[in-house]
Structure formats: C-alpha cells, structure tokens
Ligand binder design. Sequence first.
Ligand code: UT7
Length: 325
Amino acid sequence: MSVVRARAVGCGHYLPARILTNDELAARIDTTDAWIQSRTGIRRRHVAAEGEKTSDLAIAAALDALAAAGLTGADIDAIVLATATPDQTFPSTATRVQHAIGMHGGFAFDLHAVCAGFIFGIANANAMIVSGLARRVLVIGAETFSRILDWNDRATCVLFGDGAGAVILEAAEGTGSVADHGVLGACLHSDGAHNDLLYVSGGPSTTQDTGYLRMEGREVFRHAVVKLAEVADEVMEKVGVTGSDVDWIVPHQANLRIIESTAKKAGVPMAKVVVTVHDHGNTSAASIPLALSIAVGDGRIRPGNLLLMEAIGGGLAWGSALLRW
Ligand code: UT7
C-alpha cells in the first residue's frame, strides 16, 4: 500500500556564543555546582546576547537545516515555529523567519506547547503533509528562556538555557510499514488542570507585562516520570514497535534523572539515548531538535535509525513521536 510519509531531509541548530556555567551562577545566588549537577545533570547553558532575539536563533537554525538539506528558503512551503518566548506578542516569530530565509510564498505560524512544542510541531507538520496542505515543512523549536527567568529564584534560574533547532520534513512515498523513513506516528496530550504547576506570571491579557517563569519542580517531576513513560509506550504500541526496535531516544532535555527513568521504562539502555542537558540545560521547545541536530552532526544518528522523541512541559502538555531518520 502506498502512503504519504513526512520524511526528514535535514536538520540544524544554533546556540548563542555566551556560556553560563554553574560556578558563575553559584557566585551570584545561593546554589552550588554540586547541587545543580546531582539534581539535574546540568553543567552549563547558553544565553542569548543582549539584543539577540528568538527569531535570530531560529533563523540561524533554519539556515543550518536548509544547508544540510541542500535547499533554500524558496523551497519551503510552511514553517511551524514552536516557542514560548516569541519576539513580540504578534506578529508570529515564524513570519520573521519566513522573510529572513527568503521564503516568499506558503505560510508560517507559531505553535505554543512550551517544552512539548517541538513534538506538537512535528505532529502538526506530519498532519499537514499527509493531508496535502503542505509538501515541505520547516519545523523549528527556538527559545530565549533567559528573558523570562527570575534570576533570583534559584529553584528555576539554574535549569534553563537558550537555543534553537530545526528539522525539514517533506512528502515522500512510503509503503505504510514501520520500515518507512519519516514520521511513523505521534501522540499528543494536555491537561489544563495542571496550569499552576508551571507557568509565566504575566501576559498581554492579564498583567500586560512579560512576567517570570514559576514552577512547582517536584510536582512537575512527578508528572513527568509517569506521563513520559506512558506516552512513549503509547506511540510504540500505535506504530507496532518495542523498545528493542528503537535506535535512539531523543528526549526533551529537562533533567537527567527524568531522561534515565523514561529510558529505563521504555527498555532502552542509556547508551542509546542522546543527552545534551549537561551542556544546554532545558531549552524548552528547542531541546529535542538541538539534541537531534547534534547527534546527526556527530554521526551517532544515521539514515534508517528509528528515533523515539518525547517531551512534557507547561500546560501540562506532553507528547511523543517515532521517526525513522
Ligand atoms: O521542561 C519542563 C518540565 N520541567 C521539568 O521537567 C522539571 C521537573 N523538576 C525537576 O527537574 C526537579 O524537581 C528540580 C530539578 C526542579 C528540583 O529537584 P528536586 O530534587 O525535586 O529538588 P526539590 O525541589 O525537592 O528541592 C530540594 C531542596 C530544597 O530545599 P529543602 O526544602 O529540602 O530545604 C530546595 O530549596 O533543594 C533546594 N534547592 C536548591 N538548592 C541549591 C532548590 N533549588 C536549589 C538550587 N541550589 N538551585
């Protein structure tokens, strides 16, 4: 049976030059490198320079992905940009990227599912390609969480970083089997009953200012280990594979302990998990495409590999996707 698949044809990323270490944070607030590393795995994170915007990060990642795919902006007919830190309330940051990469037709929009944004982006791009709405979609995760952190709140400011990653999906013919390249399945969930566990304390229709990130870390952790294990199982069952078929887990990079727990429950050894949290911290919607691009770039992820991606964040919103590279 011939089916349309959304096949990945290139990926890229961008990290701001400035690296902020745990020791630098420990010099400013009541924390230690030992606490941050033992509780999260994080050693350092990148922080955007003054004036460097989410769109700047997204454009650099998009151009990197286009170069990897041997394409130009004119070859793209849709952009889905996952971000919780847009340049402005409107217009969408995606339309800035559209203009900057020389994409004169098609459409571009922002998607907001916080840390799960890239999975939601992949699922939406896949649906647009399979339904015929678009043929080649640039999916970007880009964030400048440094702009919404309360740098006096040690429980949150040590956790996050800035960055961007991008993947290009294009319509390709498949057989409908798990051997096909491209997106094989995705599962999305959200539960607004948990809005208060992870949120930003401002916004245009409430305080009219940007606000700061607030998190009940322990509670989010509790939800994460349960929901990520469930949603990983759900997508594997939907597609008809098991943990032993998975070549790489490319997880959301929030906390090494959450990553290890999810891999264990999926039956995948840590040697098959892409971990970047120690160098990037939690970059929200950017974390999965950043990890993906780094592991493709260093040759770990190869054509034909089966990738399991999963993420959870504010909302709560969570999801998973299986993609054969
Ligand atoms: O991407 C979106 C999803 N987000 C997540 O997945 C984050 C999920 N949560 C977590 O990763 C973890 O809950 C944290 C890393 C945020 C916190 O780790 P924890 O092991 O759950 O620590 P805790 O919140 O239970 O805090 C333990 C102690 C507290 O002190 P007391 O009450 O035991 O005296 C905190 O005040 O650690 C203290 N603490 C710190 N100490 C030094 C909190 N932050 C710090 C810090 N440095 N930066």
